[in-house]
Design a protein around this ligand. Structure first.
Ligand code: XMP
Length: 450
């Protein structure tokens, strides 16, 4: 039996600069249909070549327009397919366009599902199991009997790539896991346990803690720290890969939001606030060909794939962790002593969040929050232990709720939970005498402290 082409049914999503565009695209995908996001002024040839079963115009009438009177190419109206306009208020929409207000859509995802499954008559081939089969077939066709290298960080994306490639090509995959010493408690061992021991993936672990600490000595500027960590990570990875022979391909956990052409950037309306030097970035003079099996997927799809591939949900649904790790959670200069204390405090916080269930929702507080962690503040504060004054370090707890990480509200954790975490940290960790809770929302505060 020939396999169905899971990309045959496809919806074109044209972005008029709405912050909800990706949300709409994800709803199309979760209805089981492949879609792509393109800028609203995609040219006629590309519109026709896309071969859409339906088109969605995604616009936010309350947002400032990117250009005066933005229009899609006329070719969009000549396609003989259903058209859904989300918040696009232009007067000459053809009669067959279904127009819904932006807010209707956000409160009723069912409308998008109805559009793709009924109006566009798609069968819903885009499912985790089908995506995995498709990705495996593509990887095998691309790689043949050649060897593939992957930088495994323990994050969701690279972990799912590892699991997927292992299933596709087994021993032809070698992973390099660079431990920069700024990971969370036992994280390095957990990565080895899951991939090397449980799954039988070939993983080379590089313990580079001392090298990173040496290079970071005396450096307190956050952007300088990010640059050093990012650059050193690539150097170490390069050195390790140079020791391996016969590697032709480099696998990467690039996901779809990384490559969507931003309509705001195209029209010069994007603002960059803080540079993110992601650990695991590519060396410029790369000699490998790229394998990017997740590049069509949104993060939530990557997670579903991970579960389908057998990765534990606790790993796949973990909060995001920045590439520079604890490096941006230790304010100012990084020292091993600080990292070791922070790891312990952070672990207590996460343990309690996971164990504490919110009665109203039935969810634990780890799942209720989007990101939670401890921050090391290199200031000494007094505490009294056994009748003696003890000056020790301060940590702050940070927990936020957010949809897109662009704005975030500090999480209103129960006082009793904060109290338990604070008591445990102060009594269990000798070097910490005081715990504070961060009640700053973003903006203006950022999620990380640096
Ligand atoms: P901010 O602090 O900018 O964080 O509000 C937004 C999200 O980005 C993450 N973040 C980083 N991720 N490298 C990363 O890979 C970085 O340098 C970095 N800085 C912040 C942060 O954890 C949050 O999820």
């Amino acid at each position: 039996m020939t396999k169905q082409d899971i990309h045959a049914e496809r919806i074109l999503v044209l972005d008029f600069g709405s912050e909800y565009t990706q949300l709409i695209a994800r709803k199309v995908r979760s209805a089981g249909v492949y879609c792509e996001v393109h800028p609203f002024d995609l040219d006629a040839a590309a519109v026709q070549a896309f071969n859409a079963r339906g088109v969605i115009l995604s616009c936010d009438p309350n947002a400032e327009p990117l250009v005066a009177d933005p229009q899609p190419d006329a070719a969009v109206y000549q396609l003989d397919v259903p058209l859904l306009s989300v918040g696009y208020a232009h007067a000459c929409l053809p009669a067959r366009a279904t127009h819904i207000a932006a807010y209707d859509d956000h409160s009723s995802p069912a409308r998008v599902e109805q559009f793709v499954l009924q109006d566009c008559a798609c069968a819903g081939l885009w499912t985790p199991a089908n995506i995995i089969d498709d990705a495996i077939a593509k990887v095998r066709a691309q790689v043949g009997d050649k060897q593939v290298l992957l930088g495994l960080s323990g994050g969701v994306d690279s972990s799912v790539v590892a699991a997927l490639l292992h299933r596709a090509i087994g021993d032809q995959l070698t992973c390099v896991f660079v431990d920069h010493g700024l990971l969370r408690l036992h994280e390095g061992d957990q990565v080895m346990q899951m991939f090397a021991r449980n799954m039988g993936v070939k993983v080379i672990r590089v313990d580079a803690e001392q090298r990173f600490l040496d290079l970071l000595k005396g450096v307190s500027d956050p952007e300088a720290k990010r640059k050093i960590i990012g650059r050193t990570f690539i150097e170490v990875f390069d050195e390790e890969s140079a020791k391996l022979e016969g590697i032709d391909f480099l696998a990467q956990g690039t996901i779809y939001p990384d490559i969507i052409e931003s309509v705001a950037i195209k029209h010069g309306k994007a603002r960059v606030i803080k540079s993110h030097h992601n650990v695991g970035g590519l060396p410029e003079d790369m000699k490998f060909q790229l394998v990017e099996p997740l590049k069509e997927l949104f993060k939530d799809e990557v997670r579903r794939l991970g579960v389908e591939l057998g990765l534990p949900a606790s790993m796949v649904y973990r909060h995001p962790f920045p590439g520079p790790g604890l490096g941006v959670r230790i304010l100012g200069e990084i020292k091993k002593e600080y990292a070791d204390l922070l790891r312990l405090a952070d672990n207590i916080f996460i343990e309690e969040l996971r164990g504490w269930v919110d009665e109203a929702s039935g969810q634990n507080w780890y799942d209720k929050t989007s990101q939670a962690f401890a921050v090391f503040i290199p200031v000494k504060s007094v505490g009294v232990v056994n009748d003696e004054r003890r000056y020790a370090w301060v940590v702050s707890l940070r927990a936020v709720e957010t949809i897109d990480f662009m704005t975030a509200r500090w999480a209103h954790l129960p006082y009793a939970l904060i109290e338990k975490v604070s008591t445990r940290i102060i009594t269990e960790i000798e070097g910490i005498s005081r715990v504070v809770y961060d009640v700053s929302s973003k903006p203006p505060a950022t999620i990380e402290w640096e």
